[in-house]
Structure formats: structure tokens, C-alpha cells
Design a protein around this ligand. Structure first.
Ligand SMILES: [Zn+2]
Length: 434
């Protein structure tokens, strides 16, 4: 690392307990993986969403990130990691670590009072200052993001939510992250970075079908830009995390065929077919087999599978019930959602205090509706359907996040209002395209 360390700093480093330092940085035990003499984290410096690339040597109190382009790749002492993470010089990091003063907490408490009085602009200024003092406080950052949303500053809200989501994910608090990513998707359905991270997150959570769904968005975007190699790389990353998802193998097969890697493409198609066969998903088996045979008509196993499809009808394929099946079903669900939002019920708990900007909420909701309709109108039918499939799960994630204590009640109410506007807009756009 760049800075010359003082003997005091080196001595301070020697006395540190690495796990205690990580806890102080906000990493719970769920974020830390212990392997012999080392501790491993999803690197918070380059915000790794896939691997535990940051390695701490317990007995030397040294760190290094395995990712070459990361500022932490050159490694150093634990105290330097602390400084890097807090974005302050080493001496200042030591001071903050020892003093344990938290001037930002008072600012946040003051901001909460202002929010209750609907003084949003003043509250935002205090939260900004609190974040300058403690930039790694995700809960405060989410609060500021919700405030921006409420104030109609969507771009700023988006930026703060994205930062908070990435930091939460590095701490392996994946469930808390999802509700934020859902908002990011609603704000900007085509954002490559958000979709990519969601694909990684869902694969980390073992929700492979959803991972594949988000990966499709990533790949479409990359294809539009002609970045096929990049798309292949993303597919492989996701496959490392969920190797048994036939849809992802099929995506990769198509990408590989476009770059004329025919053998590899057929191999992926075959894997997709076998995995889909295990699940009794006939449509995917058929798609994969047909695709494979186009490139290698004599492939023995693929022909076997083709014959199998011919002779014995596979078990009925998984019903499409999980997608938005009936017209009426979605309408009914939307109605109950609106009732819930307007009735102010929060997962069965009555809303304690009025929404901060209660007086302007009608105008705000109309603005949101308009904004969401414009965003959704830009999507083609396939993408619109994909959004529809995600909507209900998204809502459950928002509620789960509230129950986990990540969101305050007024934040939840803002998110629910925004969510309801989004769903309403979705319904209108969908009907206009029928
Ligand atoms: Zn790193």
C-alpha cells in the first residue's frame, strides 16, 4: 500500500483481533468464512458479488484481494484494510477505531425527527452529512435513498440504493439486499449492473430459476451491444453458482454457437437437455435437443433423447401456475395489493404514523405512475412478461426485508406506494398491448 506506516501503526496492527475488526467494520459471522489460518470475505473494496476474494491471514494480520484490478490486490496490514474500507488515512482509522465515537448517530436521530415533521429537505442534508462521517452505514444510506425517492429525485435515490445494496451483499446479508434490488429494477428495468448483480444474488440464494431470468436480461443487453464474450463470461459465472439450471446452460449454448464454438455449444445443450429431463421439463428438453441436433445431427445421446421424446411422453411438465396465469388472477392480486397499501396495513401491523408527505401523496403517486408507465412502455412483450413473473416474489422480498428490521416503517410505506404504482403501471401497459 502507498502509505509509509509508523511503528505505532504496526504495533497497533499486531494487537488487533481480526474477527473483532471485521465485526467493527459491520461484517457479521455469516459474512466470514474461516479456512484454516485464513478468513475469507466477499471483497468489500471492489464489491465482489460472486467470490470470497478477500483473504485475511489470521496470525499475521495481513490481507490481500485475489482480484487483480482491485485496490486491495497489492495487500497490506489489517489496519490498512480498515483505512481503505473507511476511506480515511491509517492514523485516522486508528483514531476512529479506538475512540468509538459515533457523531453520525445523533445526526440520524435528528433527521428522523425532521422526517416526522415532513421537513424532508433538511432531513436529507443531515443524512448526507451522517454518511460523510460513516460512509459504510447501509441502513442510513437506504433511508437517504427512500427520502430522495419521496422527494422525486429518482436518480439520486437509485445511486444510493445501488451503493447500499452492493455493501449489504458483500456482508452476505443477501436477504436484506433483495428488497433494495427490487426497487432498483423498478426504477430502471434495463440497468445492466443491477440485473447482473441480481443474477449473482439469486444464484447465491439457490433461487436458480430467478437467477436465469435476470441473466437473460443481462445477455440481451450485451448482445445488443455486440459484447458476446462478456455475455459468455457472465453465463459461466452464474453457472459456477448454479450448475444445475437448464435455462442457463441453454443461454450459454446459444452464445457459444454465435462465436462458432460448436462443440462446446452442443455440450451445453446436452447438459441442458439432461437436467431438464431429470425435472420432467419436456419443453426445455425438446428445445435443447433440437438445438443440439442442428449443429451435430449424428450426436448419439441427443438422438437417443429425441427418440425418447417421441416414444414416451414425459411426466407432465411443471405447470405455468407460478407465472401470471389468468388475466383475472393478476387483476385480483393487484386489487388486494392496492387495498393493502391504501389501508396502511403493514404485514398485519397498523401503520403507526402517517406517511411523511401525506399531503402530497396523490400527486406523488400520479408522478410515479407516469414514470413507471414510461419505463415499462419501452420494453418489448417478452421483457414485459419477464417483469410480470417477478412482481409477486418482489413484493414478498420487500416485506421480508421489513420483518428483518432493515427498513423502517415509513421507508416500507414509501416502497409499497412505489411498488403499487409500478404494478398499476404494469397492468395498464400490459392491457394496452393485448
Ligand atoms: Zn477486492
Amino acid at each position: 500500500m502507498g502509505e509509509e506506516l509508523s511503528p505505532e501503526a504496526i504495533l497497533f496492527n499486531d494487537r488487533l483481533n481480526p474477527r473483532a475488526v471485521l465485526h467493527r467494520m459491520g461484517f457479521g459471522d455469516e459474512a466470514i468464512s474461516e479456512e484454516g489460518e485464513t478468513l475469507r470475505l466477499f471483497c468489500p473494496i471492489h464489491k465482489d458479488q460472486v467470490r470470497r476474494s478477500l483473504i485475511l491471514e489470521k496470525h499475521r494480520n495481513r490481507f490481500v484481494c485475489q482480484y487483480k484490478s482491485c485496490p486491495a490486490h497489492s495487500g497490506g496490514l489489517l489496519v490498512e484494510l480498515l483505512a481503505l474500507y473507511w476511506n480515511v488515512p491509517v492514523a485516522e482509522a486508528i483514531r476512529q477505531y479506538t475512540e468509538e465515537s459515533h457523531p453520525e448517530r445523533q445526526l440520524v436521530a435528528q433527521a428522523d425527527r425532521l422526517i416526522a415533521e415532513s421537513k424532508l429537505t433538511e432531513a436529507a442534508a443531515l443524512l448526507q452529512e451522517a454518511l460523510r462521517l460513516a460512509p459504510r452505514d447501509e441502513i442510513t444510506r437506504c433511508k437517504l435513498a427512500a427520502l430522495y425517492l419521496e422527494m422525486g429525485q429518482r436518480d439520486r435515490g437509485f445511486k444510493e440504493y445501488l451503493t447500499a445494496a452492493e455493501d449489504f451483499a458483500c456482508k452476505n446479508q443477501v436477504d436484506k439486499t433483495l428488497s433494495i434490488y427490487n426497487i432498483l429494477v423498478m426504477l430502471s428495468p434495463q440497468d445492466l449492473r443491477v440485473r447482473r448483480q441480481m443474477a449473482y444474488l439469486f444464484s447465491r440464494l439457490g433461487r436458480h430459476k430467478e437467477a436465469a431470468e435476470h441473466l437473460k436480461w443481462v445477455i440481451d443487453q450485451l448482445m445488443e451491444r455486440g459484447e458476446i464474450e462478456e455475455a459468455i463470461k457472465d453465463s459461466r459465472e452464474v453457472l459456477q453458482l448454479c450448475p444445475n439450471e437448464p435455462d442457463v446452460h441453454m443461454l450459454l449454448a446459444r452464445l457459444l454457437s454465435q462465436t462458432h464454438r460448436i462443440n462446446e455449444a452442443v455440450g451445453e445443450a446436452l447438459q441442458a437437455a439432461e437436467l431438464a429431463l431429470e425435472r420432467g421439463d419436456r419443453t426445455t428438453v425438446e428445445t435443447a435437443v433440437t438445438f443440439g441436433l442442428i449443429y451435430n445431427p449424428l450426436h448419439e445421446r441427443l438422438r437417443e433423447l429425441q427418440a425418447l421424446l417421441h416414444d414416451s411422453p414425459l411426466a407432465a411438465e411443471p405447470s405455468t401456475g407460478e407465472s401470471m396465469a389468468g388475466e383475472d388472477e393478476f387483476g385480483e392480486w393487484l386489487e388486494s395489493l392496492q387495498e393493502e397499501v391504501e389501508g396502511g396495513k403493514v404485514s398485519g401491523i397498523r401503520r403507526q404514523s402517517p406517511s411523511p408527505a401525506a399531503g402530497t401523496s396523490t400527486i406523488r403517486q400520479e408522478q410515479w405512475l407516469l414514470y413507471c408507465r414510461n419505463t415499462l412502455a419501452k420494453l418489448d412483450n417478452e421483457k414485459l412478461e419477464s417483469m410480470g413473473r417477478q412482481l409477486r416474489a418482489m413484493f414478498e422480498d420487500v416485506e421480508a426485508s421489513f420483518k428483518a428490521g432493515t427498513l423502517s416503517e415509513w421507508e416500507l410505506n414509501i416502497l409499497k406506494d412505489f411498488y403499487a404504482s409500478f404494478c398499476l403501471a404494469y397492468d395498464q401497459v400490459r392491457k394496452s398491448k393485448l
